[in-house]
Every structure is written in C-alpha cells, then in structure tokens.
Design a protein around this ligand. Sequence first.
Ligand code: CO
Ligand code: CO
Length: 359
Amino acid sequence: MLTNDPPIPPLTSLSATAGCAAKIAQVDLLEALRHLPVRSDPNLLVGVQSGDDAAVLRLTDDLALVTTIDVFTPIVDDPYDYGRIAAANALSDVYAMGARPVTALSFVAWPMAELGPTALGQLLQGAQAVCDRAGIVIAGGHSIVDKEPKFGLSVTGVVHPQQVVTNAGARPGDQLVLTKALGTGILTTAKKRGLASDLEIAPAIDSMCELNDVAAQAMVAVGVHAATDVTGFGLLGHLGNVLRASSAQLGQPIGATLYFSAMPWLPHVERLAQAGACPAGSKRNLAFAAPMVDFHNTLSEINQLMLADAQTSGGLLIAVAADRCASLLQQLTISGLAVAVVVGEVTTADQAGRIVVNP
Ligand code: CO
Ligand code: CO
C-alpha cells in the first residue's frame, strides 16, 4: 500500500490520561461553575443545575431535543477501536436520558505529523461503524491539529418530553440496576503500564464498544425513576450525582446502600488493581466520594478504588421502583444484555448522597 503516513506510535503514549479518566475532577468543576449565573428557560427541561448526561429542550408538546458532547484522549492504541469507543461513549449520554439519537457531529484534535491521515481515517471509520449500529449518520465535524489526540462526538437526540429519564427522580425503596461490568479504567491503565495483555483487556474493549441502546429502550418500556451512565466519575461519583439531584427534587435527603458482592466486574480487575493499575482519575474519584461513603470494614482500599474506578463508555445505572424491578431485569435479559444486575437500593438518609457499601 502506498501511503505518506509515518509508522504510528501507540496512541495512548501520546496522552497523559486515558479516556474518561481525563475528565476534570468533580471538585474543580464545581468550583469553576460556582459563579456562573443561573439562567432559566421554561422549555429547558434539563439544564446545568442537575449535572445530568445531556441537555433537554422542549420544542413542542410532544417533541424535545436532547443535546450532548463527549470528547476524550486515547484509551486504546488502535485508532479504529478508539473511534468506536468514543462514539459509543458519546451516544450513551443520549440513551441515558431515555432518548433516541438522530444525528452526530465529530470533533477531532490530531497530531498529523506523528499519526498521519490514514490512522485518522480509521478513527472516523470506527466511529461511523458504531453510529451505523445506532442508526445515525455523522453529519459533519470539526478538526484541529494538536500534540495530543482527542476525539468525540456531539450527539443530538429526540424524546417525548414526558418520557425523559433524568438523574433526579430516584425515590427511597428504588432498586439500583447496572447494565455493564465495571473496571475499564483499571484494565486500560494496566495495558498502558504493561501489566495486562491485549487478550486480557479484550472484554473491556468489547464492553466499551457496546451501545446502551437496548438498555435505554427497556427502561423506557418498563418505566423507571432515574438513570445515568457510569463514566469518568465512577460508580460512586455518578450514584452520588443521582442521589443529590434526586434529593433536591424530592426536597428530602436520600442515600443508597450498595452490595459489593453483587457488583459485576470485568475479568482480572481486582488482581490488576492490586498490581498498581489504578488510574489517577479513579484515585481522585475516591478522594471526592469518600467523605460521603461508609465502607464496610471488610472492604480493602483496593475494593474502594474499584468502586470509584473511572469508567469509559460504562453501562446505565437505573433507579427503578421495587415492584417494576423484576420486569426491568427480564426486559434487559431478553434484549440480550450480558449484564443486568441489582447492585443496591435507594434509602432515606441524614445527608443527601450518603452511600453505605455492604460486603
Ligand atoms: Co453521562
Ligand atoms: Co458523558
């Protein structure tokens, strides 16, 4: 093959942080947003206040627009996989609102001298392959030259205004259902540090490329109280956001109990976390979450880090009324999801967002 492309270095060697672990820490983000004026628009059904996955704007009585953007640094070395994972991750924020994506735009920052146009083409092909599965076209985009690769999509979706699933509707007694295994941050960091082979992280890559579309359809069909996708802030961080947003809406503090033994883990996560493959983002997540979490004394610091692990393109975390939980699990399983498990439940609490983790 005739090409002017240089032999390309491993993509992850060009960035300091990988995937959603590159997210700005929650504590810094809250500080930065603190002084922004709060603007309101009666048609803006979901805006910045609740820290939800996407913004939702009502256009008519039966149509609302869902808009979101997600961009991150390489989490894997193969450009095609990087494109697939970034696309699935960006689409996920639309699915987490119970919405259906209709179109996307891409954003890419690319070290053209080091990586060249062929690898860029593979990246975009990977993203389009996942968008094909979602039934949408990448309709355009924007690109810049940059030392560090970055890629993502801005996705637009639609939803009936009455069917929007926000992160703010959880109620005491709800069951917490998770739809993907955890540990992508630890596994991809292990690969980057030479602690894990391609074969060992293959399940993590497959999981990150998986769409949350059927999980979203199932939760809308069954009717649930709240949902979010588990990404850069980890399970504890995103659950904390759901609990705080829901407490504010309910006007009463709510918390949650998690069962560590019920957590679905990708293979090798605990061993690799013990071997030191914990991304800085996951440590930041744990530091941020810890004051609000009561860990059972049998849970090691490694176990705690695993629960805070920064996920990329993680599953949906759904709060569903106890009497609809069996039907949700059944729908998810019939849809062919490999993971659909109850990992905890929503409780009343003395402080909004308090989480108890049982063994
Ligand atoms: Co999200
Ligand atoms: Co996101």
